[in-house]
Design a protein around this ligand. Structure first.
Ligand SMILES: Nc1ncnc2c1ncn2[C@@H]1O[C@H](COP(=O)(O)OP(=O)(O)OP(=O)(O)O)[C@@H](O)[C@H]1O
Ligand SMILES: [Mg+2]
Length: 254
């Protein structure tokens, strides 16, 4: 595994008096697949959203490839970055949502081409070539002219993955990528994510798919009450959990 790509140190986040992240430390190395498990409300989505500054942190630091996310250091103070700079940082951090979030008025190809052209100023022809390669990779070459509403949920999610890859992100974040899908469509999306894992994509995946975690994760992180309760290789955390809360959670989902 390579050097540290994503680093969270002492990350805290509250909504009003609800403390949702209570000092989270996390390291993700280049090429590593980290799967985050935890009960509903434990802070999994909030944790992912702090990585690309969709949520501001109250305390702690997030870096991606050594770059402080959302802030600039001046002397011993941190100043929040302007929106434009945050948007530039986000181009390095792919995010795949539970509900796909495709642009409904754009075709599949246009969805994948949009960000490289508008955010990275890539020539359209080059962006299209790359989009076609990515659509082939997720098995959707025959759908490039379709609109999202004409696709199944599994197909829409595979387009969303191609779209995220188009920016060649340093890390790809997935927030329950299969939980909005009919059961028979889960496998095709997990297969695409497995393929990315094998090819060395750095990923943080929030999911309830324990079988997927066992097969694909390098590291499983169990989050509860806004804190990392336990983490380690899947065989260790899933088959020999040390913490009673991990055991209680696994006995419910397995
Ligand atoms: N924007 C917000 N405003 C207020 N409270 C929020 C906000 N976002 C999240 N929360 C609260 O933070 C807590 C953690 O939410 P989060 O969505 O991170 O949990 P989760 O582990 O992803 O849960 P799930 O498995 O249901 O998706 C919850 O109590 C939630 O109600
Ligand atoms: Mg969530």
């Amino acid at each position: 595994m390579g050097e540290v790509m994503v680093h969270l140190r002492g990350v805290r986040k509250s909504f009003g008096d609800n403390e949702v992240l209570r000092g989270v430390d996390l390291e993700v190395r280049a090429g590593e697949v980290v799967v985050v498990l935890g009960p509903s409300g434990s802070g999994k989505s909030t944790l992912l959203r702090t990585i690309n500054h969709l949520e501001k942190v109250d305390a702690g630091l997030v870096t991606v490839d050594g770059e402080l996310i959302g802030y600039r250091r001046r002397g011993d103070r941190l100043h929040e970055l302007r929106e434009r700079e945050v948007l530039r940082q986000r181009t390095h951090i792919g995010f795949v949502f539970q509900n796909f979030n495709l642009f409904p008025h754009l075709t599949v190809l246009e969805n994948v081409v949009e960000a490289p052209v508008s955010a990275l100023r890539r020539p359209v022809a080059r962006a299209r070539d790359q989009a076609r390669r990515l659509l082939a990779r997720v098995g959707l070459s025959d759908k490039e002219d379709a609109y999202p509403r004409h696709l199944s949920g599994g197909q829409q999610q595979r387009v969303a993955i191609a779209r995220a890859l188009a920016l060649e992100p340093k890390v790809l974040l997935f927030d329950e990528p299969t939980s909005a899908l009919d059961p028979e469509l889960v496998g095709e999306v997990l297969d695409v994510i497995k393929d990315l894992a094998r090819s060395g994509t750095t990923m943080v995946v929030v999911t309830h798919e324990v079988g997927f975690a066992r097969e694909v994760a390098d590291t499983v992180v169990f989050l509860d009450g806004g804190a990392v309760v336990e983490q380690g290789p899947p065989a260790r955390v899933l088959d020999d959990p040390r913490h009673p809360r991990t055991r209680a959670f696994l006995s419910k989902v397995l």
